[in-house]
Design a protein around this ligand. Structure first.
Ligand code: PBG
Length: 328
């Protein structure tokens, strides 16, 4: 093997054109799923304080925004709904007139090519803010499965393109697969939030989705931060239960989990660049402590380099705008 001075690694770094030629990881608008928050009412567009650039949108604004995203080259959105009324059972989640169902319908009517993914979890819909229904001891896993199945079927009836269970109930993928198949939606794919950790990085999302648990925390159902082998078991189980795609979440503090999963599984893998990761970049950039654009691209590239096929990110829209302006 030749080495220095025959080999000079700097040769291929010397010009932008050469760096472009040998770049191993590229980011495009097609890499993203853009998460959006939908509220009831009209003409509502409320910025989420810890997440500059992210809004709670009523359906009229949602449709407008989805059209803009499509023009920017984004082909997929993920919907989170904030219902008008919450109750103990999260009824709006699986009502035919629920907020997510309404949002799916208007998007499919106006921008039918946009892939619409529905989050399947009860936390935004329950008065107590937990991801399922309660019994005396906390969240009742098996009773919740039935409701998650109904929620997925309602979204399917509204025209959703994929459902994404995020409640971290055991058996949720199988329960949803069965419910969808029984309702003749056997071709509707499931993206499972398989390795979803009990993370402090979800803080700003809980403001955006108004889903902070009113007592306790989610540590009894979401994964324990230090574990990686357990994540591989979660992913393997979800694939066995019929997941068409799996997810690692959060992304940045879990790139090792993403890389390990990539090496072990052939199933498409999504990574969720979550709200806290976004807020940290925005806060530091607003203070001019970091170069926000540069760091955003570096972070997203690292997630893709670690093995993600697709990235859920609140940065997706601005990145699509940057990419478009670079092409001009
Ligand atoms: C649960 C859900 C959460 C997120 C996505 N789906 C919150 C939670 O588990 O507390 C967090 C996403 C983010 O932080 O951006 N429905």
């Amino acid at each position: 093997m030749p080495s220095f001075p025959t080999i000079r690694m700097r040769r291929m770094r010397d010009k932008p054109g050469l760096r472009d030629m040998v770049r191993e990881t590229r980011i495009s608008a097609l890499d993203f799923i853009y998460p959006m928050f939908v509220v009831h009412g009209r003409d509502t567009r409320v910025e989420v304080p810890p997440m500059p650039g992210v809004y709670q949108l009523s359906l009229d604004h949602l449709v407008h925004e989805v059209g803009e995203l499509y023009d920017l080259g984004i082909r997929s959105v993920m919907l989170f709904g904030i219902p008008e009324h919450k109750d103990e059972w999260g009824s709006d989640a699986y009502s035919p007139t629920g907020i997510i169902q309404g949002a799916i319908e208007v998007i499919k009517q106006t921008v039918p090519e946009m892939m619409v993914i529905g989050d399947v979890c009860l936390c935004e819909f329950t008065s107590h803010g937990h991801c399922g229904v309660l019994n005396g001891n906390g969240v009742d896993n098996d009773a919740t499965l039935e409701l998650l199945g109904q929620m997925a079927v309602r979204q399917a009836e509204a025209g959703v393109d994929m459902v994404a269970p995020s409640a971290m109930m055991d058996g949720q993928v199988a329960a949803i697969r069965n419910a969808l198949d029984e309702a003749d939606f056997e071709n509707l794919p499931i993206m499972a939030y398989s390795a979803k950790y009990a993370s402090g990085f979800y803080g700003p999302f809980r403001v955006a989705a108004d889903s902070t648990p009113q007592f306790g925390d989610r540590a009894g159902y979401q994964m324990d931060t230090p574990n990686v082998r357990e994540a591989m078991r979660e992913i393997a189980l979800d694939i066995e239960e019929g997941a068409d795609m799996v997810m690692v979440k959060p992304a940045l503090a879990y790139l090792d989990v993403l890389r390990t999963a990539r090496e072990k599984f052939a199933t498409p893998i999504a990574a969720y660049n979550v709200s806290g990761e976004y807020s940290m970049v925005k806060a530091a950039a607003e203070n001019e402590w970091i170069d926000g654009r540069r760091i955003t691209m570096e972070i997203l590239t690292s997630i893709k380099r670690a093995g993600a096929d697709v990235i859920l990110s609140y940065h997706a829209k601005e990145v699509a705008e940057w990419l478009q302006s670079e092409r001009r």
